[in-house]
Structure formats: structure tokens, C-alpha cells
Design a binder for this molecule. Structure first.
Ligand code: NIG
Ligand code: FE
Length: 425
């Protein structure tokens, strides 16, 4: 099956250099070809270039005879978004906490009253695997139609062995059946369950000695994550859990410096984490630590905006020569949206990222944070045919500028045009 997209006003996000991320001032360039074509063969990008070259017959080798032809005049084509941090498997929404916070409670106060993560954990443990697959499937369809092509999903609302395994089995079923590319993260260390309130050591032992071996045996996760935060897991505990994860083949990630400066970045870098995420309280020292590492600093503008936290120092990071990734943190408590275009708008508006920087952050750099940049995150020959076509727009900057508008017209995943929801497996 092949698709020819022709007369594209601008084909953006081209990067066939083979680099796995974009750093520092290079983030300001999101390479484009104006008046372009793009050819997709099966599930891969086969060719692209200027329309005049197509007309001159240069990509003649491509079997275009029975291709679907899409005319994208006045429209942009971009690589699909990569969303490297979500908690998209959950049993129930939490809008009451949203209202409680409007009425003056903080996120921490809501959590102390048994709301927050523990509220989601209670609901997960009451839900069946089938129910969780069904509700998560709908969210996957929703974000697919919003331009996401690959994502990571975390456990962390089970907080006991069966609950965590149930979540990870749900994620595995989504991974095996949904057209989106999915990576899975074990986040048993998301909060301390009520029954271990005065025995955190006991819960950490449960994570390391009981949960991890079973997760490794069933090959249920790619990554291990810890919420390194005051009232959750200290940096020493974070290190202990991540190191145990490494012994079970799980690559580290960290929820770091979200509500206070807790040492999560330093710990993540010491453990060679693939990413450290949130970063509202990232310090100048943390920026230097990140500079000497391969760890991807990942910002979650949805949660920062929704909880009205301080802005992470994104300009300082980029100006210091760091890469930055953007993810949605889609979850019922702190970011009930998986809309990556919205995350890009928030990043431009709040952190003064240029549109080009934000698109690089939400594509190739977020692919890096899931070890997917060889196959996803840019327009390059041989990469996955995951792209979207916009409505008629005047410029790239128009996309984040028109915040809240729905400007994605056609979504292509694995070389197939998606017009409606996916059939359940
Ligand atoms: O990434 N920070 C910790 N975890 C989630 C929130 C989860 C929740 O409130 O349910 C986050 O923001
Ligand atoms: Fe999170």
C-alpha cells in the first residue's frame, strides 16, 4: 500500500541526519521543504522532496501506480508527535479534586485527604482488566486523532503487586493491539499506599523483591520510574529502586523536581536515566549536571499549567546547550489532556520556546526519551509512516498561536489514513 501526498505547502520536521536528538540552539531549526511531496510505502516513509522533482520523475522507482493520492495544497505535513510520559491507563476521572483546588486546596492537601494518586489506586484495584483496556483504548484513539504516533504509558495506580501487574498487562494488551507505538513503564514507586504509611521500607521491599521479579519474568515493562518528591520517595530511595530496576533490565526514568527540589535530576543522571521529567524546580547546578549526561530533560506543561506550578527554566536549559523534550503527562489528577498540540502552545506561551523548539521537543526529542528516535520523530526515509496533515494554515507558528483550535485534518499511522476509531481487539 502506498500513499502520495502532493502539493504540500510545507513538509516540516525533516531530519534524516540520523541524529537521535536535537540540542541547544539547533532546536531552533525545524527543517522544512516548501511545495513538497511525501511518499509512504507500507508502514515506512519511502521518499520526499520538492514537487518539481516529483514532476521531473525523479522518485520513479516508487510503485506509485496504485497509490492513494492526497492533495495537501495550502496544508502542512509534520511527523506525528511522540508523547514520552503518560499515565493513560486509569479507572476514573478526578474532577472533584479539580473543584477542591479551585476552592483553595493544594495538590498536596488533596493527596493528604486520600485524594490524588491514592484515589486513582483505589479505583484501579476495583476495575477489571477488560474495563481498563476499553477506557484506555478510547483515550489512545483520541490522542491518535490529535496527532500522536507513539507514546509511553506508566503503571503506578496499582500500588500493590496484583494492581501493578494488572496495569502492566493492560498496557501490554494495548501495545500488542493498538496501531500506536507504545512503551511501558513500571511506576510502583508512585506513592506510598495507606497500609504502608508507617512502613515505607516495607513497601520499597515489596517493589524490589516481589513486583520487579514478576514484571521481569513476564517482560511487562521497558522502564522503571520513581516519583522522587517530598512526601513520596527520597533521592536515596529513588536510587535504590532504580538500581534494582536496572538489575531486572528496566531502564530508569524519574519524576523529578515537580513540587520541590528533591534531588531527582541528580539521582536520575547518576543512574543513567533515559529521561528526567517535570523539572519545575530544576536548579542551575542541575542544568550543569544534565549537560554532562545523556539524560533527556522532559517538561510536562500540562501538569505545570493545570496545577499552576512555577515554570521550569526551559530557556536556560536550551541556552545552556541542552536538549528538551515535551510530553503530555496525560493523567486524571494533574494533566487530564493528552493533546500534544496544546502542550506545544503552552510551552511557547509560558516558557518562551519558539515554535520550532517546541516541535523538535515534541517529536525527535520525545522519541529519544522512549528510545524511539531511530524509527520515529522526524521525516526521514525508512522511518515509520506516522505523519499528520494540517488544515489550510499560513505558517508553522500558526499552529501553537491558534491555541485550542483543532487544526489537524488527516492522521496517518503505520502508513494508513485514520478516519475513525480503531476496532477493539
Ligand atoms: O506526573 N507527579 C506525580 N504523578 C503524576 C500525577 C498523578 C496523579 O495525580 O494522579 C504526574 O503529575
Ligand atoms: Fe507523571
Amino acid at each position: 500500500m502506498s500513499i502520495l501526498i502532493k502539493n504540500i505547502k510545507s513538509l516540516a520536521g525533516i531530519d534524516d541526519s540520523g541524529r537521535n536528538k536535537v540540542i541547544g540552539k539547533d532546536m531552533g531549526i525545524f527543517a522544512c521543504i516548501n511545495n513538497a511531496f511525501l511518499i509512504l510505502e507500507d508502514d515506512k516513509i519511502a521518499s520526499f522532496g520538492r514537487m518539481e522533482d516529483l514532476e521531473n520523475g525523479i522518485p520513479i522507482t516508487i510503485g506509485r501506480s496504485n497509490a492513494t493520492v492526497i492533495d495537501a495544497a495550502d496544508k502542512f505535513v509534520l511527523p506525528s508527535f511522540c508523547d514520552s510520559h503518560t499515565h493513560l491507563v486509569y479507572a476514573s476521572s478526578r474532577e472533584q479534586e479539580f473543584v477542591d483546588r479551585i476552592n483553595g486546596l493544594t495538590y498536596q492537601q488533596v493527596a493528604e485527604r486520600g485524594g490524588g494518586i491514592l484515589n486513582s489506586a483505589k479505583k484501579i484495584n476495583e476495575a477489571s482488566e477488560e474495563e481498563l483496556v476499553l477506557s484506555a483504548w478510547k483515550r489512545l484513539d483520541e490522542i491518535m486523532m490529535l496527532g500522536t504516533g507513539a507514546l509511553e504509558i506508566k503503571s503506578g495506580y496499582g500500588l500493590n503487586t496484583e494492581g501493578e501487574l494488572k496495569m502492566l498487562r493492560v498496557i501490554k494488551r494495548l501495545k500488542d493491539n493498538h496501531p500506536l507505538t507504545i512503551k511501558s513503564t513500571f511506576l510502583g514507586a508512585h506513592a506510598i499506599p495507606a497500609e504502608y504509611k508507617s512502613n515505607k521500607e516495607g513497601y520499597i521491599s515489596l517493589i524490589i523483591d516481589e513486583m520487579m521479579p514478576r514484571i521481569a519474568e513476564e517482560k511487562l515493562a521497558d522502564y522503571c520510574d520513581v516519583f522522587c518528591e517530598n512526601g513520596y520517595f527520597t533521592k536515596e530511595e529513588t536510587k535504590k529502586i532504580l538500581e534494582a530496576g536496572i538489575r531486572h533490565g528496566l531502564i530508569p526514568k524519574v519524576h523529578a523536581e515537580q513540587l520541590s527540589h528533591s534531588g531527582g535530576i541528580q539521582t536520575g543522571v547518576e543512574c543513567n536515566a533515559i529521561s528526567v521529567d517535570h523539572l519545575e524546580y530544576c536548579s542551575d547546578t542541575d542544568i550543569s549536571v544534565l549537560k554532562n549526561s545523556e539524560t533527556m530533560p522532559t517538561i510536562l506543561p500540562g501538569a505545570q499549567f493545570f496545577l499552576q506550578l512555577p515554570c521550569p527554566p526551559v530557556r536556560k536549559m536550551i541556552d545552556a546547550g541542552l536538549p528538551v523534550a515535551i510530553a503530555s503527562d496525560y493523567n486524571p489528577g494533574s494533566s487530564p489532556s493528552g493533546n500534544m498540540m496544546q502542550m506545544i502552545s503552552l510551552s511557547c506561551i509560558q516558557y518562551k520556546m519558539t515554535p520550532e523548539e517546541a516541535f523538535n521537543a515534541a517529536t525527535l526529542n520525545s522519541a529519544f526519551a522512549m528510545d524511539l528516535s531511530r524509527t520515529h520523530g522526524s521525516i526521514a526515509i525508512g522511518k515509520k509512516a506516522n505523519v499528520f496533515i494540517t488544515k489550510e494554515i499560513p505558517s508553522l507558528a500558526y499552529l501553537p498561536y491558534s491555541f485550542g483550535s483543532s487544526l489537524i485534518e488527516t492522521v496517518i499511522v503505520n502508513g494508513e489514513v485514520k478516519t475513525s476509531i480503531e476496532a477493539l481487539p
